[in-house]
Design a protein around this ligand. Structure first.
Ligand SMILES: N[C@@H](CCC(=O)N[C@@H](CS)C(=O)NCC(=O)O)C(=O)O
Length: 339
């Protein structure tokens, strides 16, 4: 009797599992023929819409990487520009398959908002921008000032917490979009503008006088930014997660968009062979074609290539890798093994 009931339970579980995977998001995305990816369109370097309607940036390239893994075509993406306030509803309602929009991984977003975060692609922190002429050089100097901040962000919450803890009195000037917040700062309606340091660096070139502003040396928070999907679909979560790891692993093993084809033929390194789909059936286990990560690397690149393309020395931002260096170089970028 006991044995029979456990068989029944096992069969029911198997049926439920099969049904769940049959209707899973991976299958739905594949049937649709393109990925729908939620991005920023106001953050140069990370996500911005060009005059011809196309999108580009570091986060945008991660959308393209997921499309390359799923379709073998990095261009099979429909981008949805989302504001900070809109972004979570877009995931919850299924309007987007994945959100890749400088979104900080926090416990409430992981639990009550109902997201699952893929590995962090950019380790950031919240900073402050001020006018050099103001003479403000530290957080303490912000006493009595007004600070422009965008609503619906971790930024707004951190600012209140940290200033209260430091006993610094200030007036928050709360704006709905980054454009409004930065424009108010530029027009001297507030003494400081606060957001993720990536956002400060990204926006500096758009100021009337970029040289006239500076970023204070202190950061007041941890802002681990990365892709997020909806709770409840492990297979889809795995796909997004392992696309990110593939970009990390590729950089670690020296696989680039340039040499991936050659390495696929010649590399004797089993780790490289597994990532490129020469060895084993790991990609099949993820529900993808065997050359899924090969397509990601050849069409979009490894982590370092993506970083350099949008944020590195040849861009207006010239960002240091810092915490975003590989763990082998003293950073936090650490890909889990393909095995
Ligand atoms: N990482 C923070 C902040 C994200 C955020 O929305 N930052 C602003 C400034 S960097 C932004 O991207 N604004 C553009 C917009 O809302 O369109 C979060 O996840 O809450």
């Amino acid at each position: 009797m006991r044995k029979l009931s456990s068989i029944v339970v096992a069969l029911a579980f198997a049926a439920a599992f099969t049904a769940a995977t049959a209707q899973g998001l991976l299958q739905q995305v594949q049937d649709r023929g393109h990925l729908v990816c939620g991005v920023n369109n106001q953050l140069p370097g990370f996500g911005v819409q060009l005059a011809d309607g196309s999108f580009e940036g570091f986060d945008v390239d991660y959308c393209r990487a997921v499309a390359a893994a799923v379709f073998g075509d990095a261009d099979a993406v429909e981008f949805r520009a989302l504001s900070a306030q809109e972004r979570f509803t877009a995931v919850q309602t299924g309007e987007v398959d994945v959100l890749i929009r400088n979104t900080t991984w926090t416990s409430s977003r992981d639990s009550s908002v109902g997201l699952n975060f893929a590995p962090t692609t950019f380790y950031d922190g919240q900073g402050f921008m001020v006018k050099r002429a103001s003479g403000i050089t530290s957080l303490q100097d912000l006493e009595g000032s007004s600070i422009c901040v965008q609503s619906g962000t971790t930024t707004e919450l951190n600012l209140a917490d940290v200033m209260a803890a430091l006993g610094i009195e200030y007036t928050p000037v709360i704006m709905e979009t980054a454009d409004q917040a930065i424009a108010s700062y530029d027009a001297n309606q507030c003494e400081a503008y606060t957001t993720d340091v990536s956002g400060l660096i990204s926006r500096t070139p758009t100021l009337q006088d970029p040289e006239g502003s500076m970023i204070l040396p202190q950061t007041i928070s941890k802002e681990p930014l990365g892709p997020a999907v909806l709770h409840g679909d492990d297979q889809w979560f795995d796909v997004v997660k392992w696309v990110v790891f593939a970009t990390f692993e590729a950089e670690e093993y020296g696989i680039t968009s340039e040499n991936a084809s050659e390495l696929r033929e010649s590399s004797q390194n089993p780790s490289v062979q597994r990532i490129l789909g020469v060895e084993g059936n790991l990609m099949e286990q993820l529900g993808l074609e065997q050359n899924a990560m090969y397509d990601v690397i050849t069409q979009v690149g490894n982590y370092g290539e993506i970083f350099d393309r949008h944020l590195g020395p040849d861009t207006p931002f010239d960002m240091e890798r810092g915490l975003n260096a590989l763990y082998t170089e003293g950073g936090l970028i650490y890909g889990m093994p393909f095995r």
